[in-house]
Design a protein around this ligand. Structure first.
Ligand SMILES: Nc1ncnc2c1ncn2[C@@H]1O[C@H](COP(=O)(O)OP(=O)(O)O)[C@@H](O)[C@H]1O
Ligand SMILES: [Mg+2]
Length: 287
């Protein structure tokens, strides 16, 4: 399923890359207008079911995303997090509402987005370097500069020396680092991450959270991250948008003012625990 989505996304990217390189503002609006980077208003999603009433996955999601921010969608399993991320990615169309990035409606996958799923979905027959370079091949930009960037990204995530290895020779955490490099290779403006560390052990997961914070400093990507882990959400985010149970609405919108750089010690601070409690209350698991 995820491999299908990945293939579909890449085909759309290719189509768009051929059609236009930089559709910065096809609606003709001035880029200097004070539009938020991401604008989501009254987003609604229901799915048809044969012989039953439609399933309402998302009732109403409304919030703005600032450029350069990392927002986490935190919510219980089945509340519609993946559905919302796929809508923002342009992989599925919302039943209703406004979904805008950079003042432009999102209706299909965009060349300046990067996506990371829970499974790395690497191509087993390709070397690590060639996996990272794959989106550049689709975009027809696989040149010497792209190869250099792939090598730099692999070094950044601690995979220097593994360029010619194959996915089966890497651990789950290493494969997910490769998937992150693949998502970053074309310098996306928006990085969408759907429980990317969910399949990893606790220690690796914490390492990956630090790696993501580090990468944010070194790239200017805005990030939308999905998780059902309260501590992960609080640790990595500028904003935590807590989703209610299905049909989901925004139950709380928590601005995380913890200082950067963040490190493991901060997880034991009173401020951190307060934020975790607030998220827990919004989820209905603490009082
Ligand atoms: N393509 C689909 N067709 C029908 N129902 C769907 C589809 N995708 C998701 N759903 C339903 O929408 C709800 C939210 O799913 P999902 O977004 O995957 O939740 P989450 O990622 O928060 O666990 C679930 O009840 C799921 O069964
Ligand atoms: Mg999901």
């Amino acid at each position: 399923m995820q491999a299908d989505i990945f293939r579909r996304r890449l085909l759309c990217l290719r189509k768009q890359a051929i059609q236009s390189h930089a559709q910065l503002d096809p609606q003709g609006r001035a880029n200097s207008a004070p539009v938020p980077f991401g604008h989501f208003k009254d987003v609604h999603q229901s799915f048809k079911r044969s012989g039953q009433t439609p399933l309402v996955a998302i009732k109403n999601i409304t919030f703005d995303l600032k450029a350069g921010h990392l927002v986490t969608l935190l919510g219980p399993s089945g509340c519609g997090k993946t559905t919302f991320l796929k809508i923002v990615a342009g992989l599925i169309s919302a039943s209703g509402g406004t979904i805008q990035i950079n003042g432009r409606d999102v209706a299909e996958p965009q060349p300046d987005f990067g996506v990371v799923f829970q499974q790395a979905n690497l191509m087993p027959w390709r070397s690590i370097l060639d996996n990272v370079l794959f989106p550049m091949e689709i975009l027809r930009r696989s040149d010497a500069a792209a190869k250099l960037r792939a090598q730099e990204l692999l070094a950044l995530v601690g995979l220097e020396g593994f360029e010619q290895s194959y996915p089966s020779q890497l651990s789950g955490g290493m494969q997910q680092r490769v998937a992150l490099c693949r998502a970053l290779i074309h310098k996306p403006k928006l990085l969408l991450m759907d429980e990317p560390f969910g399949a990893l052990d606790e220690l690796t997961r914490m390492e990956m959270q630090d790696l993501l914070l580090d990468i944010r400093v070194k790239t200017d990507a805005t990030v939308m991250f999905v998780t059902h882990s309260i501590s992960e959400a609080v640790y990595i985010s500028d904003v935590v948008a807590v989703l209610s149970k299905r049909p989901s609405v925004i139950a709380d919108y928590i601005v995380v003012n913890l200082p950067y750089p963040r490190s493991a010690e901060i997880r034991y601070s009173a401020e951190f625990t307060d934020l975790e409690h607030r998220a827990g209350r919004a989820l209905g698991i603490t009082r």
